[in-house]
Write a protein that binds this ligand. Structure first.
Ligand SMILES: C[S@@+](CC[C@H](N)C(=O)[O-])C[C@H]1O[C@@H](n2cnc3c(N)ncnc32)[C@H](O)[C@@H]1O
Length: 381
C-alpha cells in the first residue's frame, strides 16, 4: 500500500475521492492516496470532494462536499439541515434504495464476521421515511433548540419545519425548561415532555396490552416496532403452551408479554431497576429479575425451552451466549440493533452447535443507518 506523502488534517478537503461500497454507520468506503476514507453523505460510484472530520493512522473519516458522477439513487434531502445534523444519515438516498443499502450492510457483516450468506431483504415498516420517531432528545444552545451534530456536542438548530423524522407532535420542543436537554415521548396519552431523570411514567399500547414505561426509559422508537418485532419473535420461536422461556434485556417486558399470552412461563432479566418494577406491573404473569444479564444468568436454576434476547448495541458477548446455549434451548430469538455485534454473537453460537434458522431485517429507523434484525437459532440436528 502507498503511504501518503504528507499527513492529513481535520478540515482538509481531499479532491476526487472515488466512492466504493457502503460500510456500517452511515459511511461509504472511499480510497485516496492508499488510505481508506469513510465518507458520510456519499453513494457508491460517485466521485466526491470530501472534507476530513477525523484522521487515524491508516484511515480517515470525511463528509462529502461536492459530488461529480451523481448516483442515480441520490435525491435532495427533504430536511434543510440533513447534511450537518447527526439525527439522520441517509436523507440523500432515495427511500427504497435506503433499504437496499441496509441490506448490503447486513449481508456484508454476516458474510465477513459470521461466515453466513444472507439472501434476505430489509422489510419496509410504515410510517416511513418521515414522521415515525416517537422518542426525541432535543438539546439547547442558548435560546436555540436542535439536535447534536454527528459525533459532536455542537447543537444544530432545528429548521423552520422542525424535525421531519419525528412524529408531528414531537417535531419541535414544546415545553419551558431550564435545563439543556428535553426529552419528548409520543405516547398513548399524547405527547409528554420531560427533562432527563424525570420519574414521569407514560402509557403505551401494543400487543393488545397497556404498558407503563418511564418517559426517559427504553421503549421501541418506531410506532410499529413492538408489533413487528414481537410477531417476528413469536413466528420464529413457535412457542407451545407450558414451555419455559427467558426474556433477556427485557426492558418493561415487551417480549415477556407476547410469550405469556401464548401460555409460556417466562422469566425476564433487565438491568434497569425502574424498568423491572414496571415490567412486573405490565406482565404480572411473568417473573422478573433486576441485574446484569451475565450475573443473573449464572444464578438462575432450571431448564429453559426458549430464549429471547434483545441486548443494547454492544451485543450479548461470548460469555452470555455461552451461558444461554449451555442450557440447550430448542430455539433462541436474537433481536439486534447492530448487525456487526449480532454477526459476532452468531459466530459464537455456531461454534457452540447452534445454526441460524432464519434472519429477518426491518427498516425501523428510516433516514438513518440503523437497522433492526431478528435471528432465530436452533441447535444443530
Ligand atoms: C434494546 S433494549 C430492549 C428492551 C425490550 N426488549 C423492549 O423491546 O422494549 C435493551 C435493554 O437492555 C437493558 N440492558 C443493557 N445492558 C444490560 C445488561 N448488561 N444486563 C441487563 N440489562 C441490560 C437496557 O436497560 C434496555 O432496557
Amino acid at each position: 500500500m502507498n503511504e501518503p506523502s504528507v499527513d492529513w488534517a481535520v478540515g482538509e478537503v481531499l479532491r476526487g475521492v472515488r466512492i466504493g461500497p457502503v460500510a456500517a454507520g452511515g459511511h461509504w468506503v472511499g480510497r485516496h492516496e492508499g488510505r481508506v476514507v469513510f465518507v458520510r453523505h456519499a453513494l457508491e460510484g460517485e466521485l466526491a470532494d470530501v472534507r476530513l472530520t477525523g484522521v487515524a493512522a491508516r484511515h480517515a473519516f470525511a463528509d462529502a462536499q461536492t459530488i461529480a458522477d451523481h448516483s442515480p439513487h441520490r435525491v435532495t434531502p427533504p430536511c434543510p439541515v440533513a447534511a450537518v445534523c447527526g439525527g439522520c444519515d441517509t436523507q440523500h438516498v432515495e427511500a427504497g434504495y435506503q433499504r437496499e443499502v441496509k441490506r448490503q450492510v447486513v449481508a456484508e457483516q454476516m458474510r465477513g464476521i459470521a461466515g453466513l450468506e444472507w439472501r434476505g431483504t430489509v422489510e419496509q415498516v410504515l410510517p416511513a421515511p418521515l414522521g415515525w420517531r416517537r422518542r426525541m432528545r432535543y438539546r439547547r444552545a442558548g435560546a436555540t433548540w436542535g439536535l447534536r451534530a454527528k459525533a459532536s456536542h455542537e447543537v444544530v438548530a432545528l429548521p423552520r419545519e422542525g424535525c421531519l423524522i419525528a412524529t408531528p407532535g414531537l417535531a419541535r420542543p414544546d415545553a419551558v425548561v431550564l435545563g439543556e436537554t428535553l426529552l419528548g415521548a409520543d405516547t398513548a396519552d399524547g405527547v409528554v415532555w420531560a427533562e432527563p431523570g424525570s420519574d414521569a411514567v407514560v402509557r403505551e399500547r401494543a400487543l393488545g396490552r397497556e404498558w407503563r414505561v418511564r418517559s426517559d426509559g427504553f421503549w421501541q422508537v418506531h410506532p410499529q416496532a413492538p408489533e413487528v418485532l414481537a410477531a417476528a419473535v413469536m413466528d420464529g420461536l413457535a412457542p407451545a403452551s407450558g414451555e419455559r422461556a427467558l426474556d433477556l434485556y427485557c426492558g418493561v417486558g415487551l417480549f415477556a408479554g407476547a410469550l405469556v399470552d401464548a401460555g409460556v412461563r417466562v422469566t425476564g432479566v433487565e438491568g434497569g431497576r425502574d424498568a423491572v418494577a414496571l415490567a412486573r406491573l405490565n406482565v404480572p404473569q411473568a417473573r422478573f429479575h433486576a441485574g446484569s444479564v451475565d450475573r443473573v444468568l449464572r444464578r438462575l436454576r432450571g431448564g429453559v425451552d426458549l430464549v429471547v434476547l434483545d441486548p443494547p448495541r454492544a451485543g450479548a458477548g461470548r460469555a452470555v451466549m455461552a451461558e444461554i446455549l449451555r442450557r440447550g434451548p430448542r430455539a433462541v430469538a436474537y433481536v439486534s440493533c447492530d448487525p456487526a455485534t449480532l454477526a459476532r454473537d452468531l459466530a459464537t453460537a455456531s461454534a457452540q452447535g447452534y445454526r441460524v434458522g432464519s434472519l429477518r431485517a426491518f427498516d425501523l429507523f428510516p433516514m438513518t443507518a440503523h437497522v433492526e434484525c431478528v435471528a432465530i437459532l436452533h441447535p444443530d440436528a
